[in-house]
Ligand binder design. Structure first.
Ligand SMILES: [Zn+2]
Length: 244
């Protein structure tokens, strides 16, 4: 395969919530290797009565595998850095770990959370910081672009609950995911233990109301081939951004 995307997230389900439709789209194109780095097994989350709390890490690992198969991930690199404890890891540990993954899989594009973490979860913020540092310190930075997943302010106005948003002018890629809504819903459904979060963010989607899912997934390009990005023209493809 000619191109590789690395998704750097904190919990099993972050991938489906933030960019499941985009994963499905690139999977269908067939020429892109899609690798997820997930820093924790999500063992501190809710169980929704699916399992005992001490089984949650194992159950969420299986949920993630099933969701990944539906979306079309080629590989999942699952770590056990401690759900809810990423910010307390020794300085540099998480970025070095992500850095070693960058060296080994040589991604062209890396996708992670924005600094505010969208939901504001401290693990989301920690993974952003670590991914950015890993890219900036990587010997491969000249070949790598870093995007943040983003919810534009104009979109959050219509959302049922407040999230941290990104200024619309900073959005550099918008991917139409309407053809993949069924796949996104099916992947969400695999995260059975996270039923409460799914119903909060996408009310009714588990009952088949696909229109509750976003039509587009949005991204902000922040590093392009090792250089900070001030602006780009808006693209619908992570591999085709015109730098201004
Ligand atoms: Zn999360």
């Amino acid at each position: 395969m000619s191109r590789t995307v690395l998704f750097a997230f904190a919990h099993p389900d972050d991938e489906t919530f933030t960019c499941g439709g985009s994963i499905a789209r690139y999977a269908d194109q067939g020429n892109t290797r899609l690798v997820l780095y997930c820093a924790t097994r999500g063992e501190a989350g809710k169980t929704a009565g699916v399992c005992a709390p001490e089984e949650l890490g194992d159950v969420r690992t299986e949920e993630l595998k099933r969701a990944g198969e539906i979306l079309g991930l080629d590989r999942i690199i699952l770590r056990d850095h401690g759900d809810g404890r990423l910010k307390d890891l020794p300085e540099g540990m998480l970025s070095r770990d992500i850095g070693s993954v960058i060296e080994s899989i040589k991604p062209d594009v890396i996708i992670t959370f924005p600094p505010h973490g969208i939901s504001g979860h401290p693990d989301h913020r920690a993974i952003q910081k670590a991914a950015l540092q890993a890219v900036l310190e990587s010997d491969r930075r000249a070949f790598t672009s870093l995007y943040y997943v983003a919810i534009p302010k104009s979109v959050t106005r219509t959302m049922p609950r407040p999230v941290h948003a990104t200024d619309d002018e900073q959005i550099t890629a918008a991917i139409d995911v309407t053809p993949y809504r069924r796949r996104i819903a099916e992947a969400l459904r695999q995260h059975r233990t996270q039923k409460a979060s799914i119903e909060r963010v996408f009310p009714g989607v588990l009952e088949g109301k696909l229109e509750q899912l976003r039509r587009k997934e949005y991204f902000q390009l922040v590093i392009h081939r090792g250089q900070p990005v001030r602006g780009t023209t808006r693209s619908d493809d992570w591999f085709r951004s015109e730098i201004i």
